[in-house]
Design a binder for this molecule. Structure first.
Ligand code: ATP
Ligand code: MG
Ligand code: MG
Length: 555
């Protein structure tokens, strides 16, 4: 690869490769989610980073479920995470891995530490353990069993494993240093008792390893060379290394830390996202308002735009909050280049073309995309009765042409991809409400300039009133009204936007009933939309608004 390293991790990897520190010259990374929720945008950036590095340096990236907390984990999350990673366009090396498939090995390694006098069973309860661990001004106090014999510890650990103790009665701790300035080194817990079934191992175990006792060893077993995690694990690195030094592990991975990706107006915490689901604030994890990968997918966000966003965000070593408009920019940019154009009228005003015969249909052709001829053409039936948007007509013909580039009384407008039409008459009901307008089309103006003296004010979108189809339109807005819902005063839930979903209807050009679920469009002058992944069908078309047309991001 000839690209310059674009972040500190790439610099490290290139140096390691150049200096022969990578076994077989093949880097191995991993993405290690805990299957206790759906993946969110923050995870997506970590996926792009880990799988992206493997791609760039012809290495491999594992997908590994860090499933050491059985009470919060479920198979549905495992399945959703696999689907999300694939959808983002990445392939993991070989089979999916599970921390739980190494439980036998971890158990052996726990025995190894006990035999070496480096681990002991502690009977202090959690509260006492917290107290006696101290803090950085308060020295730690040894557990009464810290110096128990190897035989005693082997016997007690066996009892733990056999289920003879209840939850919280005993735990296995590493015997490291109760005076360490790093709290993580003050005899961390290696195993705790949890009498719950595990989604992978069933009832086989009632003791489960801690994150710290599992993570580095998982990396070592899998031959991970560069283990990349978020900054909060920086203080755990000495412990990560302690296990690798004190256990007969098959490889020596290195841990590196980078800053979490945070975005304004957005929550990236599984726990809080789960609350939104559990409290029915949204309709499930894949609600199009959710910043989950599956929610964004259903919203019409493309994998390419998420990957682009991750690239724009880059890799940082200090925490910060990115502007959501940067993500929105990446989404628009991709959809603008790739989404087919179509017309939909959301707030219809009937237009009668008086010089068009009743029942006649003239088929207009329009490119699916202005500069992607390979996307083909659409057929737009032009009929006597049409719909335009109510906002595109104003009776007041003294409005300046500059300010109002739409139709006014007695003037001309071009209907996109068809004729120039002239306003003739406005029909109102008794209350003065406009019911319909009458226009005439100017022959010879399809794809041609109108004759001298006819100056259309602009171009507006339209559909046939008789040939179009009614569709459900789901219009989404930000889920939170506060820029930083996580840190706002009071409960995060107080800042949920009550207007984050509005359900309306629209009249869509007839070809759109053939839209496939998940197909994205630019509805001219309205925004980007996607056919709903689950609810859209030819009989009942449903489109979700992905994002509006106007870009607010300034680089
Ligand atoms: P959460 O706090 O939302 O539960 P987590 O870190 O506990 O997140 P995991 O399932 O353990 O969730 O995360 C899997 C991987 O994704 C980890 O390597 C973690 O560092 C990374 N990750 C999670 N959130 C972010 C984020 N906001 N930015 C970057 N990486 C993230
Ligand atoms: Mg985690
Ligand atoms: Mg978490």
């Amino acid at each position: 690869n000839t690209d310059k390293p674009s972040n500190f991790l790439e610099q490290i990897i290139e140096k390691d490769l150049a200096e022969g520190r990578v076994p077989g010259n093949k880097i191995v990374t991993r993405f290690p989610p805990e299957p206790n929720g759906f993946l969110h945008l923050g995870h997506a950036t970590s996926i792009c980073l880990n799988f992206g590095l493997a791609e760039k340096y012809q290495g491999e990236c594992n997908l590994r479920f860090d499933d050491t907390n059985p009470e919060k984990e479920e198979q549905v999350y495992v399945d959703a995470i696999k689907e999300d990673v694939k959808w983002l366009g990445f392939n993991w090396a070989g089979e999916v891995r599970y921390a739980s498939s190494y439980f036998d090995q971890f158990y052996e390694w726990a025995l190894h530490l006990i035999r070496e006098g480096k681990a002991y069973v502690d009977f202090q309860d959690a509260e006492t353990m917290r107290e006696t661990r101290g803090n950085f001004t308060k020295p730690g106090v040894d557990s009464p069993t810290r110096n128990a014999s190897v035989e005693e510890n082997l016997a007690e650990f066996e009892k733990m494993r056999a289920g003879e103790y209840e939850e919280g009665q005993a735990s296995l701790r590493a015997r490291i240093d109760m005076q360490s300035p790093n709290m993580n080194m003050r005899d961390p817990v290696l195993y705790r008792i949890r009498k719950v079934a595990h989604h992978q191992t069933g009832d086989k175990w009632c003791i489960y390893p801690s994150y710290d006792f599992a993570h580095g060893q998982e990396d070592a077993i899998e031959g991970v060379t560069h283990s990349i995690c978020t900054l909060e694990f920086q203080d755990h690195r000495p412990l990560y290394e302690w296990f690798l030094e004190n256990l007969p592990v098959p490889a020596k991975p290195t841990q590196y830390e980078f800053a979490r990706s945070n975005l304004n107006y957005t929550i990236t915490s599984k726990r809080k996202l789960k609350r939104l689901v559990d409290e029915n604030v949204v309709n499930g994890w894949d609600d199009p308002r959710m910043p989950t990968v599956s929610g964004m997918r259903r919203r019409g966000v493309t994998p390419a735009s998420i990957r682009k966003f991750a690239e724009m965000l880059g890799v940082s070593r200090t925490d910060g909050i990115a502007d959501v408009s940067m993500l929105e920019h990446a989404i628009r940019d991709d959809l603008n280049n790739n989404a087919a154009r179509a017309m939909v009228v959301m707030n219809p005003l009937k237009v009668v073309i008086t010089n068009m015969e009743k029942g006649a249909v003239e088929e207009m052709k329009a490119a699916a995309h202005p500069n992607r001829p390979e996307l083909g053409e659409r057929v737009l039936p032009f009929t006597r009765e049409l719909f335009i948007d109510r906002a595109d007509f104003n009776e007041d013909n003294t409005l300046s042409r500059k300010k109002f580039k739409r139709l006014v009384t007695g003037e001309y407008i071009r209907l996109r991809s068809t004729y120039v039409v002239k306003h003739e008459e406005t029909i109102k009901d008794d209350s003065g409400e406009i019911v319909e307008i009458h226009c005439s089309y100017v022959p010879g103006t399809v794809g041609e300039n109108p004759p001298e003296g006819i100056r259309p004010r602009g171009v507006i979108h339209w559909v046939s009133a008789t040939e179009s189809r009614k569709a459900e339109m789901r219009i989404y807005d930000r889920l939170f009204t506060h820029e930083s819902p996580d840190n706002a005063e009071g409960d995060t839930m107080d800042y949920v936007n009550p207007e984050s979903l509005k359900i309306g209807e629209g009249w869509v050009e007839p070809g759109l009933v053939n839209a496939k679920p998940e197909q994205g469009f630019q509805f001219e002058r309205e925004g980007y939309f996607v056919a709903d992944r689950h609810d859209h069908s030819a009989e009942h078309p449903v489109f979700n608004m992905t994002i509006g047309l106007k870009d607010t991001w300034a680089a």
